[in-house]
Design a protein around this ligand. Structure first.
Ligand code: AMP
Ligand code: ZN
Ligand code: FE
Ligand code: FE
Length: 290
C-alpha cells in the first residue's frame, strides 16, 4: 500500500529544506506520494516536480492558503489547481503582499522592546524564501540569542496577541472556495480543529462549506487528539467529505512533524485526483502512485 503525506512546507515558505531536498527526503522516508503545500504560493512547484521525477516518487502540487471564516484563521489546502487562473493567482498575490507589508511592523515592535531586529538581520536568516512569515522572525530571534527555538519565539513574542504580533490580510474562506473551483482545484481544510479555528468549524459550518465547494478535511494531524479525530472522521462520513492525514512537515522548523508521521489512505487520494480530473484541472499528479 502506498504511503502518502499530503501537507509539507519547503523554504519557499517557512520550511527549512529546498523543494528538491524535501522531495528527496520524502523518498528517503519511504513515502510514495508527497504534496508540497507552501503557504500562499506555487513558487516551489517546478523544482519539486523535476525532483519528484529524479527521486521516483509522485508529487501532488498544492498550496496552503491563509483564509478567514467567522473571525477565525482557517488554513485551506488547495490541491492541483490551475496555477495560471487569475481568480486564484490574484488573491494569492494579495495575501503575499499582506505578508510582506507586516514584516517591518513586527521588526519595529521588537526594536521597541530593545531587540536589534533589523531588515538586514532578517534577510540574513531567511534567505531563499518567497513568502515571509512569523517563523522567519522567530528564526531571527533565535539567531540573535533572544530565544532558544521557534516555539519559544512564538510563546514569548509572536503568537496572536503577543507583544510583536501584527495581523495581516487573509482571504475570505467562502470567496476562496469559489476561486478554487474556478481554478479547478480541490479544497481541504488543514487541521480544522487545531489552533484558532476549532470553535467555528462545527458540523453545521462544515456542511455549509461543503455546499460552497469544500472537498475534504485533514483529520490525522498532530494538532488533533484521538477524540477529536474520531469525531471529525464521523462528521466527514456524514457529510461525505474526503479525509486526509499529513505531517505538516516544516523541516527543522517545527519539532515532531517528521515526514510521514501522519498519512492519507490511498482511496482518499484517489477521490482528490478524480475530483481534479473531473473539474478538468490541467495540473495532474506528477509521476505515478506505485
Ligand atoms: P504566519 O503565516 O506568518 O502568520 O505564521 C504562521 C505560521 O507559524 C504557521 O505556518 C505555523 O505553522 C507557524 N507556527 C505557529 N505557531 C508556531 C510555533 N509555536 N512554533 C513554530 N511555528 C509556529
Ligand atoms: Zn508554516
Ligand atoms: Fe497550517
Ligand atoms: Fe502547514
Amino acid at each position: 500500500m502506498p504511503t502518502i503525506d499530503l501537507h509539507t512546507h519547503s523554504l519557499v515558505s517557512d520550511g527549512t529544506a529546498s523543494p528538491r531536498d524535501l522531495v528527496h527526503a520524502a523518498a528517503g522516508a519511504g513515502l510514495d506520494v508527497i504534496a508540497l503545500t507552501d503557504h500562499d504560493t506555487t513558487a516551489g512547484w517546478a523544482e519539486a516536480a523535476a525532483s519528484a521525477e529524479e527521486a521516483g516518487i509522485a508529487l501532488v502540487r498544492g498550496i496552503e492558503v491563509s483564509t478567514r471564516f467567522r473571525g477565525a484563521g482557517v488554513h485551506l489546502l488547495v490541491y492541483l489547481p490551475d496555477a495560471s487562473e487569475p481568480a486564484l493567482g490574484d488573491e494569492l498575490a494579495r495575501i503575499v503582499a499582506g505578508r510582506e507589508d507586516r514584516v517591518p511592523a513586527m521588526l519595529a515592535r521588537l526594536r521597541e522592546l530593545g531587540i536589534p531586529a533589523t531588515e538586514d538581520a532578517l534577510a540574513a536568516v531567511s534567505g531563499g524564501n518567497q513568502v515571509t512569515g512569523r517563523p522567519h522572525v522567530a528564526d531571527l530571534l533565535v539567531h540573535l540569542g533572544v530565544v532558544a527555538h521557534r516555539d519559544e519565539a512564538f510563546a514569548r513574542y509572536l503568537s496572536d496577541g503577543g507583544p510583536a504580533f501584527v495581523d495581516r490580510y487573509s482571504a475570505d474562506l467562502l470567496d476562496m472556495l469559489a476561486r478554487v473551483e474556478e481554478a479547478r482545484g480541490v479544497a481541504v481544510i488543514a487541521h480544522p480543529w487545531g489552533r484558532g479555528s476549532a470553535a467555528v468549524l462545527d458540523e453545521p459550518a462544515l456542511g455549509l462549506l461543503r455546499e460552497a465547494g469544500l472537498a475534504g478535511v485533514e483529520v490525522d494531524h498532530l494538532d488533533h487528539d484521538a477524540a477529536q479525530r474520531a469525531e471529525l472522521r464521523a462528521i466527514a462520513g456524514r457529510l461525505d467529505l474526503v479525509v486526509t492525514g499529513a505531517s505538516d512537515h516544516h523541516g527543522t522548523g517545527k519539532t515532531g512533524h517528521d515526514l510521514a508521521c501522519e498519512t492519507t489512505a490511498p482511496d482518499q487520494l484517489d477521490r482528490i485526483l478524480r475530483r481534479a480530473a473531473d473539474l478538468g484541472s490541467p495540473t495532474a499528479l506528477v509521476g505515478a502512485v506505485r
